[in-house]
Design a protein around this ligand. Structure first.
Ligand SMILES: Nc1ncnc2c1ncn2[C@@H]1O[C@H](COP(=O)(O)OP(=O)(O)OP(=O)(O)O)[C@@H](O)[C@H]1O
Length: 937
């Protein structure tokens, strides 16, 4: 037997001598320490379950108290995750996902309650029971560093449960004078104290050492080697050393001294972490009371303890084995298992009586840290305590005192069922509470989610608006819009270009068509010329007249070289139009001659008949006069034809009479003189134009020809030679500009053409053209000269209804006596051209029915009615073919064709600047056109 360090005597304690012993070396009390709780005794703590023993069958043998230590470092104190509820019995643990409540028998915060208060509040009552003979086990459970040892042993300033318990049991040494000392165990009360260490599933006697000298061991093996290992027999440690004494302070010091022999190790959780369980057994032999104080090793797992290496891990595992076994024992008892695994560890073997003895009470102090980092350990500890709290025990019926085991089992089971029902009810209530809280939390969560969604939508809206207003996006959109407009513009430009190309192409095609038509017309003219030649040949064969031959030769000469080339009736561009003066051909009626007068003032100079629209252009006024439709239309048929024609001629000449009657002398030259005149004047012949001008005139041929046809459809009958014109009427025409038209209009070809030298005419294509035109217009007149036999019958051709396009008298032609209307048609067509289709009126048909064309061949001209107003000749009425439009081919360029006719008002205005007679004539002459010269010609 090893002596305790503080033992003063070595006498073997006996029950009778215990009262006088202060320190006693003794053996483990063994079976004699087994005491029965007296169920009739009330618990000193009214809050403890012991108070219910007598009243209520179920009993909670395990009372669970929570002890929350201070923060390890108060400077870093943060919001505690542990909150003690107002009832001081439940603890709320807050986590990231919520909180959890643990209902215990009491909760103590070391911040608020020091060890003294804690002891008085939760431990003292138990000690009082022990003094009266109760058995009580106080276990310190919790993770390392939670304050188990601190609570058990305390410090210098604050003694722990060990000292306080001894003090309560043994008194502080002044009990003799204390009047209330009767409440104490009594004077002379002593205790037996045994201190055991349970390490690595071995039990060591801390009060005994192998070397007998005691001392502290360093290192596990050495420490263990110096300790006395005990065997467990039954539920007790066999041959354990104990000390006995009556002075609390001495015993307490001895206990704290040997406690230092416990194996400790510095861990991450605790600088001096207890690696073993320490069990202090206080027996109060005088009353049979027993107090077991158990300071358990930390309940942390191996990793948290920071142990490395296989041996260390094995040691930690074995240390935890006691905790795990105790946990299983608690759970088994709480669950009412038939088998409680007490023998799984040495710790539970020694604690078996504490759980099985009906009079034994267990006070489980759950030590926990308020540090949120240790929260999971705290929760695990509280769960363990909650399970231990479920341990119930039936009414006290000592096994040996029971009559039968069945009745005892029934009572125990019944009480367990009742407790379990209560526990279930409690859990259900808690569950309902939790569910209610969960629903509220869910509602709150949904509400928050809605708010979050709303805020998110607002945020997106704000962000969207923000982005809309950014300058970059505005520029981007502007650029996009600009690019789009640019593309559209380019597209439209392309379309316009395409349209312009199409228009140009169309105009080109029109020009080509027009050229083609002009060529066709030219071909027509050429064919006519051939017909004329053929007829001339035929006439020559018939008459053999030299004069006729001359005419034929002249015609041949004209057209043989340039046939199809020059047919222009246009003005001679070779004439200098810029000259301030013009050459004027003056007709002298008395001599029946023409005289060319150089330097005669330009009409524009005289009368300012210059087109204001083209001030820089020289202009030409071609003046004709015909029947006034309104005045003469009704009288045309009544008047004799000769008078009518005569009147027209006279009126036409009247236009010019005013120009010359004041100072112009009329000359009549012989043909030679006139020929010379033409040569000398260089006007009729003019300078020979270039070849290019010739070709250009070809293309103006048809247009100008039409123009002349439009305005001067030969109102003068062919037979109206110079002799037929009143000699008192002078004729003036501008030579050069309208030289040929003057010939055509005045029917001068009969007399003048023979006077012209054919060779000279050839040299002047323009004048050739004019001469030709004049000669064409006056075809019949020419024929009369060349083929007198053809002129046996003279036919006056008139339009049925006179109009601007169709003056009353179309022409007068001469045909052979045996000629048919078909022959007459040819003559008329030569005169009128192909642009004036017509039909003959049926002879003798007063209704004026048109004559079928096939009858023209079989109808003789001689059958035409005689013309009474003429000494000879017949009268033929023509009717324009309906639906035909004359001059369907406009003669000028599109621009020229758009030029309006010179308004009468303008003519009047211009006329006022002329001599009174000219103005008078111009103002009443409706057929005045202003023709523009083109520079390119
Ligand atoms: N309530 C408290 N007030 C002041 N200090 C305390 C308190 N609880 C514990 N301590 C201190 O904390 C340290 C660790 O405490 P203690 O040794 O009691 O922990 P333990 O639970 O026993 O750990 P182990 O299981 O590792 O032995 C000690 O220094 C102790 O003084």
């Amino acid at each position: 037997m090893a002596p305790t360090p503080s033992s003063k005597n070595h006498t073997t304690p006996t029950p009778s001598s215990k009262l006088h012993q202060t320190h006693v070396n003794s053996r483990t009390p063994q079976s004699k320490h087994r005491l029965n709780f007296n169920s009739a005794k009330p618990s000193p703590n009214p809050n403890s379950t012991a108070m219910k023993e007598g009243g209520t069958p179920p009993e909670h043998p395990v009372e669970v108290i929570g002890r929350i230590r201070d923060y390890p470092d108060k400077k870093e104190k943060s919001l505690s995750a542990l909150q003690v509820n107002s009832d001081c019995r439940s603890l709320r643990v807050r986590t990231d996902i919520g909180y959890r409540d643990f209902t215990l028998d009491g909760v103590s915060l070391s911040e608020e309650e020091d060890l003294d208060e804690f002891y008085k509040k939760f431990v003292e009552s138990r000690i009082d029971g022990v003094k009266l003979g109760d058995k009580c086990t106080i276990m310190m459970y919790g993770p390392t560093g939670a304050g188990k040892s601190h609570t058990m042993f305390g410090s210098v300033k604050q003694p722990g449960i060990v000292y306080r318990s001894l003090k309560d049991i043994l008194g502080d040494g002044n009990e003799e004078s204390d009047e209330n000392s009767e409440k104490k165990v009594g004077v002379g009360t002593f205790v037996h104290v045994t201190v055991l260490e349970i390490y690595n599933e071995e039990i060591y006697d801390l009060l005994s050492t192998t070397n007998g000298g005691g001392g502290f061991a360093f290192g596990w093996s050495k420490a263990c080697a110096s300790k006395v290992k005990l065997e467990v027999i039954g539920k007790k440690a066999k041959n354990a050393t104990f000390i006995s004494g009556t002075e609390a302070i001495k015993i307490s010091k001895e206990i704290q001294k040997v406690e230092k022999r416990r194996i400790v190790k510095s861990t991450l959780c605790n600088e001096r972490s207890s690696r073993s369980h320490c069990m202090i057994i206080l027996d109060v032999p005088t009353v049979g009371g027993r107090l077991m104080l158990v300071d358990m090793a930390g309940s942390e797992n191996i990793e948290q303890a920071g142990q490395t290496g296989l041996e260390a891990k094995m040691q930690t595992a074995k240390i935890n084995q006691g905790n795990i076994a105790l946990k299983r024992v608690v759970e088994s008892i709480a669950n009412g298992d038939s088998h409680v695994p007490f023998r799984d560890s040495k710790l539970t073997m020694l604690l078996q009586d504490s759980f099985e003895d009906d009079k034994s009470k267990i006070l489980m102090i759950l030590c926990a840290s308020p540090d949120p980092k240790e929260l999971h350990k705290t929760i695990s500890t509280l769960e363990y305590g909650a399970k231990a709290k479920c341990i119930v025990r039936g009414p006290h019926t000592p096994l040996k005192e029971k009559g039968t085991e069945d009745s005892s089992s029934t009572v125990i089971l019944g009480s367990r069922i009742a407790v379990m029902d209560q526990f279930i009810y409690k859990l259900q209530m808690e569950n309902k509470l939790k569910e209610k809280e969960r629903n509220e939390a869910q509602k709150e969560l949904m509400k928050k989610e809605e708010e979050m969604a709303t805020l998110r939508a607002k945020l997106e809206l704000v962000q969207g608006k923000g982005t809309e207003l950014t300058e970059e996006q505005i520029n981007l959109k502007v650029n996009e819009r600009t690019q789009m407009l640019k593309n559209e513009l380019e597209k439209k430009i392309q379309e316009c270009q395409k349209m312009a190309n199409e228009i140009v192409e169309m105009e080109r095609r029109k020009m080509e068509e027009r050229m083609f038509q002009q060529q066709q017309e030219f071909e027509t003219l050429r064919r006519r010329l051939e017909d004329m030649e053929a007829e001339l040949h035929r006439s020559r064969a018939e008459s053999g007249s030299m004069e006729e031959n001359t005419f034929a030769k002249r015609l041949q000469g004209i057209y043989s070289e340039d046939a199809g080339m020059v047919k222009s009736m246009d003005l001679d561009r070779s004439i200098d139009m810029d000259a301030g003066k013009r050459d004027v051909l003056v007709y002298k009626p008395e001599g029946n001659t023409f005289q060319a007068i150089s330097g005669y003032p330009n009409i524009s100079n005289l009368g300012e008949v210059e087109d204001p629209l083209f001030p820089n252009k020289s202009s030409l006024s071609t003046v004709f006069e015909e029947d006034e439709e309104g005045d003469d239309e009704g009288d045309t048929e009544n008047l004799p034809v000769d008078e009518e024609v005569q009147k027209e001629v006279i009126e036409e000449k009247t236009i010019y009479s005013g120009l010359l009657d004041h100072d112009m002398s009329c000359l009549r030259t012989d043909p030679d003189h006139f020929s010379d005149l033409l040569k000398d004047s260089d006007v009729c012949m003019g300078a020979a134009p270039s070849r290019q001008a010739l070709i250009q005139n070809i293309f103006t041929l048809c247009g100008n020809y039409r123009e002349l046809s439009q305005h001067s459809v030969s109102p003068v009958p062919a037979q109206k030679n110079l002799e037929d014109i009143d000699s008192s009427v002078p004729i003036v025409k501008t030579i050069g500009e309208d030289y040929a038209s003057a010939f055509a209009a005045e029917g001068l070809s009969n007399d003048l053409l023979p006077l012209c030298n054919p060779e000279t005419i050839k040299k002047s294509p323009v004048n050739q053209t004019r001469m030709f035109k004049s000669s064409c217009d006056k075809e019949n007149d020419s024929k009369e000269n060349f083929n007198p036999t053809c002129g046996n019958l003279e036919v006056h051709v008139k339009w049925e209804a006179a109009s601007k396009e169709n003056p009353s008298v179309a022409t007068t032609v001469k045909v052979g006596k045996d000629s048919s209307l078909a022959d007459l048609r040819k003559q008329i067509e030569l005169h009128l051209g192909a642009d004036s289709p017509f039909t003959f009126l049926t002879i003798g048909d007063p209704s004026g029915a048109p004559m079928p064309k096939e009858q023209e061949v079989v109808t003789s001209v001689s059958k035409l009615p005689k013309c009474n107003n003429f000494s000879r000749g017949h009268l033929a009425y023509l009717r324009p073919v309906k639906g035909t439009q004359r001059f369907n081919h406009l003669p000028f360029t599109p621009l020229e064709n758009m030029l309006p006719l010179t308004p009468k008002s303008h003519i009047k205005e211009v006329g006022t600047g002329l001599s009174p007679k000219i103005g008078e004539h111009l103002s009443r002459t409706p057929f005045v056109t202003v023709k523009r010269y083109l520079n390119e010609f």
